[in-house]
Design a protein around this ligand. Structure first.
Ligand code: DGL
Length: 261
């Protein structure tokens, strides 16, 4: 069994990629909806949540844990690995490396939560992997909450997204990293804005391939999906069609349940 968690709906973009790669794996998704968004919280709060939420999935019997949240990964994956040293843990970090490698203009951008944007771990990733490529880090407060509300293609968001992206495109950015798992669900709005000028970079498929490498016996199950949340668990199941994930419903083992963690 593989456990996947995020503050809310965003990690479902990663879960979907894992479900495609590992059709027989039993998957448990836990959304910490009682505490979202993580992106405006401080590191010690996020660390505490990651230890509790990840710990809950370990107790539930998950043999691999996927931290399907950039904010949680940059703030707390090290502490989580220290707490569970023998457990395979897959984190999700902004795809600076593939974006820098693919850039022809030598300019890329990372869209992220406020917390990820200011994190020393992102600065380190940029130092390690960007080389001579110039990286603009663009905090996008409120975008994850917009996904939670399923306001994915509102006209006012199109305007807001243009305000964020226009200066980056004008500067010659040709790779735009989606540095928050929620933003994958905003692609229908973002893609037409960046079309022909930049590519949106999402690491969900690479994370899924890493799960395939690490899963071992955890990949062998009945292909069942369990949805859990720390608040309003019914919203998870209800959101699947709006997120383009109706196909996951055939894997659902039972309706979403509340977890107190
Ligand atoms: N989905 C998360 C991320 O990848 C966090 C969004 C939030 O809760 O602010 O950063």
């Amino acid at each position: 069994m593989i456990g996947v968690f995020d503050s809310g709906l965003g990690g479902l973009s990663v879960l979907a990629a894992i479900a495609r790669e590992l059709p027989s794996a039993d998957l448990v998704y836990l959304a910490d909806t009682a505490h979202l968004p993580y992106g405006d919280k401080d590191d010690s709060f996020i660390r505490d949540r990651v230890l509790r939420i990840g710990g809950h999935l370990v107790e539930a019997g998950c043999g691999v844990i996927v931290v399907a949240c950039n904010t949680a990964t940059v703030a707390a994956v090290t502490a989580f690995r220290e707490a569970f040293p023998r457990l395979p843990v897959v984190g999700v970090e902004p795809g600076v490396k593939p974006a820098a490698a693919a850039s022809r203009s030598g300019r890329i951008a990372v869209l992220a939560t406020t917390s990820t944007a200011r994190s020393p771990r992102l600065a380190q990733l940029i130092r390690q992997h960007a080389g001579s490529v110039r990286v603009a880090v663009e905090p996008c407060p409120g975008w994850a909450t917009r996904v939670e509300a399923l306001h994915l293609e509102d006209p006012d968001f199109v305007d807001e997204a243009r305000r964020h992206l226009a200066p980056l495109l004008a500067d010659g950015v040709d790779q735009i990293v989606l540095g928050c798992t929620h933003y994958a669900f905003l692609c229908p709005t973002l893609e037409p804005i960046v079309a022909h000028q930049a590519t949106l970079v999402d690491v969900a498929d690479a994370v899924a391939r890493q799960c395939v490498r690490l899963a071992g016996a955890s990949a062998l199950g009945r292909g069942q999906l369990t949805l859990l949340a720390t608040a309003q668990p019914e919203r998870l199941h209800a959101a699947l069609p709006a997120l383009g994930l109706s196909w996951l419903t055939h894997r659902l083992k039972d309706s979403a349940r509340l977890v107190v963690a």
